[in-house]
Write a protein of this length. Structure first.
Length: 488
């Protein structure tokens, strides 16, 4: 049982207190892991002395590191970073990793041939398999041997591994016959389209592909500048495509952001959190070496610092990481809300293998049980709580902005990046759909399907894998902290 209660602990002002109450029999193993990770643990309480008190309370004194200034309570909610770290890394992350490796969740159907609807598909190392035309983006004449080597590397790293067995292909046809369809929060790929293919996510992990520069900037710039309720006169800090205005840029931006209503402020923070999460994945799975015919992937500390270190980002890194934690809370809340949908006995995660389906369903329910134990969920009731007509209009505007962002993912010029961008965007869209469907979920019939609220296979796969990516990001942040501590 996880609790935020600070009981029986004493600490200096620079120490953060997190208490875990009534731990399971794995508590001693947890204690040793925390000690190896650099935490100081003190046990207090009544009973049979200090050793027995371990069974009642573990007070984890986590020294607040100046690193990234990533501590304390998050804005727009009542949860703190440290509590999320402990809950995710020890309770959620191991379970979600197991779940997303199951057959139901490892295959994602996606259309990688849909053209970009907003501008010519002329990005750096763009179109399917990262074919280079032209490269670099600005001029064919500017291609040097080093440029071509970099682009060819990005082409190879960004290519999709499309290996699928005949047995898998037959199973996919069976899955399609089993699934229902309905209206969606996101712009989804047409599952009946001949251009939509299943991608094995385990064979195509999210990591550095070499996709970067103006093409990638343009995608994110379009998302932020045109879809986050922002006037064109206000520029994001450190936006590489914005005119340079010095420190006044950040001041005017955050003054504007703080003046927004909660819903619009939340929208921006969700997009920023998603952007941060994706950047963490790329920093954690970076191509470090390609010698002797083998690629070596691992954490790139300097790349991580350039994106998140306050000293190298004029303080923006801390805001970005806090937005990641905020997004994590939003999706965690959506999973808490949707649990009753999956807890009904007739709902199964169909693959055609009865034993596999049963094991996967049990694992999913374990995830939900852990999520229910978290005491500091985001309260979505404060959103869209004003005048009924104004709230309805804002909610629809919210939905349309997000749907437009899902269409922008067709402009990502790297196949592997596009797969993961589409999946994580759809995962967030599904989470929002859940949070906006509370009444429909409450009225679900216990023993029969409902037309009022349904989730398709693609939405379920995106929801759990998208949340899995956020969970992984928070786990990887812990790893980066340890690496940076070792380098000091």
């Amino acid at each position: 049982m996880f609790s935020s209660l600070h009981w029986g602990c004493s600490a200096a002002p620079q120490v953060k207190r997190i208490c875990l109450i009534n731990l399971t029999r794995q508590q001693l193993k947890l204690k040793s892991v925390l000690i190896r990770s650099g935490f100081r643990i003190t046990c207090t309480g009544s009973g049979n002395g200090g050793a027995a008190a371990v069974l009642d309370v573990l007070c984890i004194f986590v020294f607040l590191s100046a690193l990234f200034q990533l501590t304390g309570v998050l804005d727009d909610c009542f949860c703190d970073v440290e509590s999320i770290d402990v809950f995710n890394n020890f309770n959620i992350y191991p379970l979600v990793q197991k779940l997303t490796e199951r057959d139901y969740f490892r295959y994602y159907r996606v259309n990688l041939k849909r053209p970009c609807p907003f501008w010519p598909d002329d990005g750096h190392c763009s179109i399917k398999d990262c074919h280079v035309e032209p490269c670099p983006e600005y001029s064919q004449a500017a291609n040097t041997m080093s440029d071509m080597t970099e682009c060819e590397q990005a082409k190879e790293l960004g290519a999709i591994n499309s290996t699928l067995s005949n047995q898998s292909k037959e199973a996919f046809a069976d899955w399609a016959r089993h699934d229902d369809a309905q209206d969606h929060f996101c712009e989804l790929d047409d599952e009946t389209s001949p251009d939509a293919d299943y991608v094995d996510l385990l064979l195509n992990p999210e990591r550095f592909t070499g996709y970067k520069g103006p093409s990638a900037w343009r995608v994110w710039n379009s998302i932020y500048e045109e879809n986050c309720f922002k006037p064109r006169s206000v520029y994001r800090p450190l936006n590489p495509l914005a005119p340079s205005r010095g420190e006044s840029t950040a001041n005017s931006f955050y003054k504007w952001l703080e003046g927004l209503c909660l819903e619009k402020r939340v929208f921006y923070r969700l997009i920023s959190g998603l952007h941060s999460s994706i950047n963490i994945h790329l920093c954690a799975e970076y191509l470090l070496d390609e010698g002797w015919g083998r690629s070596v992937w691992g954490p790139n500390i300097q790349e991580f610092r350039s994106r998140f270190d306050p000293a190298e980002t004029k303080g923006e890194g801390t805001r970005r990481l806090k937005n990641l934690y905020f997004l994590y809370l939003i999706e965690l809340r959506a999973l808490y809300k949707v649990a009753p949908y999956f807890e009904r006995a007739f709902v199964n995660l169909y693959t055609g293998n009865t034993q596999e389906d049963s094991t996967t369903k049990d694992l999913l329910l374990q995830v939900f049980n852990e999520i229910k134990s978290f005491p500091m969920h985001f309260d979505e009731k404060s959103m869209f709580a004003g005048h009924k007509m104004e709230a309805k209009t804002l909610k629809e505007e919210f939905r349309l902005h997000f749907k437009n962002i899902s269409r922008i993912m067709d402009c990502v010029g790297c196949s592997k990046c596009r797969v993961w961008g589409k999946l994580q965007t759809q995962g967030l869209g599904t989470a929002l759909k859940i949070l906006f469907s509370e009444k429909e979920i409450k009225n679900l019939p216990e023993h029969s399907p409902s037309k009022g609220f349904q989730l398709t296979r693609q939405e379920i796969v995106a929801l759990m894998n998208g949340f899995g990516r956020l969970s992984t990001s928070i786990q990887q942040l812990h790893n980066f902290r340890l690496l940076l501590k070792e380098k000091r």
